[in-house]
Ligand binder design. Structure first.
Ligand code: SF4
Length: 375
């Protein structure tokens, strides 16, 4: 197994070099970009990048294929659009997932806003640590990694749930972010930095933070189709042509877009209906498939990934994951069928994660297609 493990998440101020140039990641505040911001991002992706935008499984947007000489102009444009933090420290701290169906003045909106305003009060946490503000009628971000979650409890009040604990700590109205900051202080004081993430930190919680309340029933992830807030569109493998996204925003008269960790975008106030380059069918096979960029875009991959995944998706029952290498960036969890690149060939495993042992390996793309009846 050979891949490079990075101890930090890339951002706009810390772009990451990939096989097709730099990847510049934007973390939308409140999971939202106004239509003007989104159109500006699309134009910047076309002018300074390869014209592609990724929707990441952390609900961020990435401009791909940025050449080194174009980085300063791209950053200036993104800063003018209000999409860049003042410095790397703030960008790193602002690792907040927000449930995308929030309503103005609702708990998710209120608490995300308060946390954004109080980032300076947080202690220095390991750089990959993050928060989920998921305070709607029931949690919907449960499958997306986060270290501390504010969720609705089954008693209808709010709870703070440290990752790894099935129950949450009761939150008093008005003191939610105080309690979150206090728990982060405990994490650092109890040696959590050595563990790196809450789920790996085994120190007992302090007496004041006893988890005692169950979360409310979870809500399903968003799927393409009409929504009370507008229209939801999917992106195969989380990648969209910037021109297609801009056209969808303009043609649907969307007022804003909301990002999600599920490779779908919520276009607020949009006229529902299919749009070029986006998925509108909630049962599209592409939505059951994950594939990282693979070769030639990622230097860690020795194989092509997405064309193979597109060909296989209609022929695979359940979840398909095609990974350029054992790191498994596109899907950390298991899938029904996992195909992993290895020394220029593919390996196949069932009910496994990328990186698990591969019962079948050394296969060509043609052999894999034939095996699944996709040739
Ligand atoms: S899983 Fe894919 S994107 Fe991640 S390092 Fe491997 S080849 Fe690159």
């Amino acid at each position: 197994m050979s891949f490079e493990v990075k101890g930090w998440c890339p951002g706009a101020l810390r772009p990451m070099l990939s096989g097709d140039g730099y990847v510049v990641r934007v973390r939308p505040r409140l999971a939202e970009l106004s239509a003007a911001q989104a159109l500006g991002l699309c134009a910047a992706a076309e002018e300074y990048g390869a014209g592609l935008i990724d929707l990441t499984n952390r609900a961020n947007l990435q401009v791909r294929g940025v050449q080194p000489g174009a980085l300063p102009d791209l950053l200036t444009t993104l800063t003018d659009l209000g999409l860049v933090d003042a410095d790397v420290a703030t960008e790193t701290r602002r690792n907040i997932l927000t449930a995308p169906t929030w309503a103005d003045g609702g708990d998710t909106h209120r608490l995300t806003g308060e946390l954004l305003a109080r980032l300076e009060a947080l202690p220095d946490l390991p750089p990959k640590m993050g928060f989920a503000i998921d305070a709607g009628p029931g949690p919907m971000l449960r499958d997306t990694p986060a270290d501390f979650r504010i969720e609705r409890g089954s008693h209808r009040g709010l709870i703070l749930r440290p990752e790894g604990y099935p129950l949450g700590i009761p939150l008093l109205p008005g003191a939610e972010i105080d309690t979150l900051i206090r728990l982060c202080d405990w994490f650092v004081a109890s040696g959590g930095a050595a563990a790196g993430r809450m789920a790996r930190h085994h120190a007992p919680l302090p007496a004041w933070a006893e988890p005692s309340l169950a979360p409310a029933t979870r809500r399903p992830p968003l799927r393409p189709g009409t929504h009370a807030l507008g229209a939801i569109h999917g992106a195969a493998f989380g990648q969209i042509q910037a021109g297609d996204l801009a056209a969808a925003i303009l043609d649907s008269k969307a007022s804003a877009i909301r990002v999600t960790p599920w490779r779908v975008l919520l276009l607020l106030d949009a006229t529902p209906g299919p749009r070029t380059g986006l998925l509108w069918d909630a049962d599209a096979p592409e939505l059951r498939a994950d594939a990282c960029p693979g070769a030639p875009f990622c230097p860690q991959s020795s194989v092509e990934t997405r064309a193979l995944a597109l060909a296989l998706a209609p022929h695979v029952q359940g979840r398909l994951h095609v990974s350029g290498c054992a790191k498994g960036c596109a899907r950390p969890g298991p899938a029904d069928v996992v195909i992993t690149g290895e020394n220029g060939a593919y390996g196949v495993a069932l009910n496994a994660r990328a990186g698990d042992s591969l019962p079948h390996h050394g296969l060509s793309a043609e052999q894999v297609r034939a095996h699944f009846g996709a040739s």
